[in-house]
Design a protein around this ligand. Structure first.
Ligand SMILES: *Cc1c(COP(=O)(O)O)cnc(C)c1O
Length: 433
């Protein structure tokens, strides 16, 4: 026992190893120390040679000082809520990294004076939706709705259909969110059917606005009817439309998904949306519409508490002005091309003895909207036993189970990540390290 103990080096001694000193510079000492402590535990248990402790700690270190790990989304769910919704384009990542230092977010470099905050992102948004008289950004869409309800409907009524009282996810519900602002909900119609007359009967002096919420994570079929924005706009009160997914104009693939331009043209006075769903940008809330209403939101004290940060402003502007983001590329990918990619990855894997083949499958839009849409896709099919080792790999790869197979759906994998995907599968083989 004493002998064993003597063979375990001291933590400080291992931390002083030059390779780990460099890691301390990059990741901070606490993370590196944690890895050293774990490696020394292995030495103590006789499972690791003392001389290898520094190397073992080094290889166990996370790639960055944050514990969020990179994941390859091979689930076939384009906007995967649990995987952080929209992956940013390279252009947006670069803009975000550049804005991470000091930046002119509220500074006019020409005059040396304070400038308007986030002007670049706001004008990119205004350019993308010319139908909007005014634009505003918040921390997310829930914040946009909260701000609209607080600024426009506090102590007054929001008229909303019972068919649109949506739970967003993780137990959060739009009706509860609206009520916590001090606005009163005036529910009209039924779960499956609401008519224009239901709204008309509920409208009175206390009405602040009519709210239309897009049911972006479920669909109803059968004996159903709802009232579209154009008809709501005839009621003579402001119409606020929460379109959810953030499409700014009609999408050629997702024909049933509402978009901001069409909603405004149909008569919506205010449109709210998320920037990190189908728009493919960072987390942010988008508010578009009439100047009189948008400026009431912008000037409300709560706007300061819900404002968007400089990183999101940078990433959003680059998403709007830059090349098509990954979400858009995933939505519009050609199924034949996906099939060719799946075959090519499967071939590489088979050549190395992996039980892999290419198969047709169906991808989904996911939490981002268009719940009923099915996107024809292609996957690399593997034994399902690879699911766990692939999740534990770096980068982690998450696919989806289909019976006894694990499908890696290529619609949600960027083409430039195919090689990394194949490498991850090889690294996940039993016996490889
Ligand atoms: C996603 C969604 C929200 C919430 O948006 P966040 O950006 O996540 O706050 C609100 N309303 C609808 C209709 C949605 O689809």
């Amino acid at each position: 026992m004493d002998d064993d103990r003597r063979r375990v080096p001291r933590t400080d001694a291992v931390l002083a190893d030059p390779v780990l000193a460099a890691a301390c510079e990059r990741l901070g000492r606490p993370l590196v120390k944690e890895a050293v402590t774990a490696a020394l535990g292995l030495v103590r248990d006789g499972r690791l040679d003392a001389e290898l402790a520094a190397q073992a700690a080094l290889s166990a270190l996370p790639p960055t000082a944050a514990r969020l790990l990179s994941v390859v989304n091979a689930t076939g769910v384009v906007v995967h809520t649990n995987l952080g919704r929209a992956p940013l384009s390279s252009a947006a990542r670069e803009a975000l990294a550049a804005a991470a230092g000091c930046t002119d977010v509220e500074f006019d470099l020409a005059t040396g004076r304070r400038g308007p905050r986030g002007g670049g992102a706001l004008s990119a948004l205004a350019d993308a939706v010319p139908d909007a008289e005014a634009v505003h950004l918040t921390n997310n869409n829930a914040a946009a709705l909260t701000l609209a309800a607080t600024a426009l409907a506090r102590d007054r009524e929001i008229v909303v259909s019972r068919g649109e009282l949506v739970e967003i996810g993780d137990g959060f519900r739009i009706p509860e969110l609206l009520e916590c602002t001090g606005a009163r909900l005036r529910e009209v119609g039924t779960t499956n059917r609401t008519h224009l007359a239901d709204y008309a009967a509920a409208i009175g002096p206390a009405t602040a606005f009519v709210l239309k919420v897009h049911p972006s994570n479920f669909s109803t079929t059968g004996f159903v009817s709802s009232v579209d924005v154009a008809r709501l706009a005839t009621l003579g009160v402001p119409v606020v439309h929460d379109i959810g997914s953030g499409l700014l104009k009609p999408h050629p693939v997702l024909l049933d998904e509402p978009d901001a331009a069409s909603a405004l043209r149909a008569g919506a006075d205010l449109v709210t949306a998320s920037a990190d769903k189908l728009l493919g940008g960072p987390q942010a809330g988008i508010v578009l519409g009439r100047e009189v209403l948008v400026s009431r939101l912008r000037r409300h004290p709560l706007a300061r508490a819900l404002r968007v940060d400089k990183l999101a402003l940078a990433a959003l502007e680059a998403t709007l002005r830059g090349p098509a983001p990954p979400v858009e590329r995933a939505l519009t990918a050609d199924p034949a091309r996906l099939r060719a990619r799946a075959e090519s990855v499967a071939r590489v894997l088979r050549d190395k003895g992996v039980d892999a083949d290419a198969t047709a499958c169906e991808a989904r839009v996911g939490g981002g909207g268009a719940p009923a849409a099915v996107l024809p896709s292609a996957a690399v099919s593997l034994p399902s036993g690879l699911a766990a080792p692939l999740r534990r790999g770096r980068p982690a790869v998450v696919g989806r189970r289909h019976g006894r197979r694990l499908l890696l759906d290529l619609r949600t994998v960027q083409p430039e990540d195919d090689d990394a995907l194949a490498a991850a599968v090889l690294a996940a083989q039993p016996g490889s390290c």
